[in-house]
Each structure stands twice: as structure tokens, then as C-alpha cells.
Ligand binder design. Structure first.
Ligand SMILES: [Zn+2]
Length: 228
């Protein structure tokens, strides 16, 4: 009955690929197979040393770092991220999380991960958007890798004042204490995978790593959906 209902629904309201707008076929979710094949994959998973890892070398103690896709201005990946970040398509974030997890699945470096931690949004932004897109990436990853998501340990502090009028150094200082640690005990000795949507300079992730680094025995790895 459910199948017939779904078929009928699809007849009148066809589900379309978020990239090419062609109708999706059975088994396709959000992105058609053709568009999925054409995405700019980094294949960083296969290399222990890669451009994401290099961002943190000598700055923050990171076990493994990787990104799933290349981000280009005006490109497909920007379109996807825009759709789940600003147009409320949370299911797309889950679906991309699942795809990234399938690529990650076979790599031993990530098999010992105990918790997924989404980079927290600024509380005001979270309230405005209604959700944290990185948390939805985590939900997709969790559904494939069966790793629990931890959203309470790493918190983002409310910043005061605007960033634009501050000097570079003041801004840097400001970033340093954006994140705070709570319930540190729950992460003692764990391997955690920090998840973000886009990594650019790595400063936000470095700040998270620095904060989480205070937990005794913690190991931190990083997964960004895309690298700009
Ligand atoms: Zn398509």
C-alpha cells in the first residue's frame, strides 16, 4: 500500500534532483545517479597526507583530517551546500553525510571513532536557521557508520560586538575563545570525529580542536563535507 501511495505521490509531485531538476528514479535520494557521479570528489580519504591535514599541521593536534568534495564558487557543491544551509533542505545534508560515510567506511583510520561532533553554530544563528546543518551531516554519517552523535560537549559561546571593526589580531583572539567545553568527562580517552560543512582556512576547526584538546586522552579527527 505504501509503495502504491509513494508511486501516486511521485506521479503528481515528482521528486526532482536538486542539481539537474530531472525526476528522481526509485532508490535515488535528492541527487540523481548521474549528478552524483559527476561531483568533484577529492579522494583525500586515500591519502594520509592531504591538503586538509596540511591546514592543521603544526597548529592543532589532529589525528586524521579529510574532505569529501571540492568546493568551487558557483559550482555544484556550492549549490548543494546552499540548499541545505539556507534553504532548509536538511534531508540533503543527511544524504550527503551518508555518501561521505560510505567513502569513509573502509578506511581504518576512521574505524575507531567513538563520537561524531558537529561544529556548533553560533546560538543566534542556530535559532534563526532552526537547525545546525553539520548536525544533519552527522545524522547521515551516523546512519551508515552507527557512531553516536555528541552535541553537548562542545558549545559555542555567544560573542559580543561585531567582527568587522576589530583588527586581525583581535579577531583571532575572538575566535580563540568562541568554543567552550562541557561534560569533558564523557569524552575522556575517546576518538572523536569533528564534522563541518566547508573547510576554508581551518581557523574555526582549529579553535574547536584546541578546546577539545583539553580532554585527557582525546584523539581528534576531522571530516569536512567540502574543501574550498
Ligand atoms: Zn541530477
Amino acid at each position: 500500500m505504501r509503495m502504491i501511495w509513494d508511486d501516486l505521490l511521485n506521479l503528481f509531485f515528482p521528486r526532482l534532483c536538486v542539481l539537474c531538476r530531472e525526476p528522481l528514479t526509485a532508490g535515488e535520494e535528492q541527487i540523481c545517479l548521474q549528478c552524483l557521479c559527476d561531483l568533484p570528489y577529492t579522494r583525500f580519504f586515500y591519502r594520509e597526507e592531504n591538503p586538509v591535514g596540511s591546514l592543521f599541521a603544526g597548529k592543532a593536534p589532529v589525528a586524521n583530517a579529510t574532505a569529501f568534495l571540492h568546493y568551487e564558487k558557483g559550482g555544484k557543491v556550492q549549490h548543494l551546500i546552499h540548499a541545505f544551509k539556507y534553504r532548509g533542505n536538511r534531508e540533503l545534508a543527511c544524504q550527503l553525510g551518508r555518501q561521505a560515510a560510505r567513502a569513509l567506511e573502509s578506511h581504518t583510520a576512521y574505524q575507531s571513532v567513538d563520537f561524531l561532533i558537529p561544529v556548533p553554530l553560533h546560538p543566534k544563528r542556530r535559532k534563526k536557521r532552526g537547525y545546525n546543518q553539520s548536525e544533519y551531516l552527522c545524522r547521515g554519517i551516523a546512519s551508515v557508520l552507527h557512531i553516536p552523535i555528541h552535541t553537548t560537549a562542545l558549545q559555542r559561546r555567544i560573542k559580543t560586538g561585531t567582527q568587522t571593526r576589530k583588527s586581525l589580531y583581535e579577531r583571532w583572539l575572538n575566535m580563540q575563545d568562541v568554543f567552550v567545553l562541557e561534560e569533558a568527562e564523557t569524552l575522556r580517552g575517546c576518538h572523536i570525529l569533528l564534522v563541518d560543512d566547508v573547510v576554508t582556512s581551518g581557523s574555526t576547526l582549529s579553535s574547536c580542536v584546541e578546546t577539545l584538546g583539553a580532554v585527557p586522552g582525546i584523539r581528534i579527527s576531522i571530516l569536512a563535507l567540502a574543501m574550498a
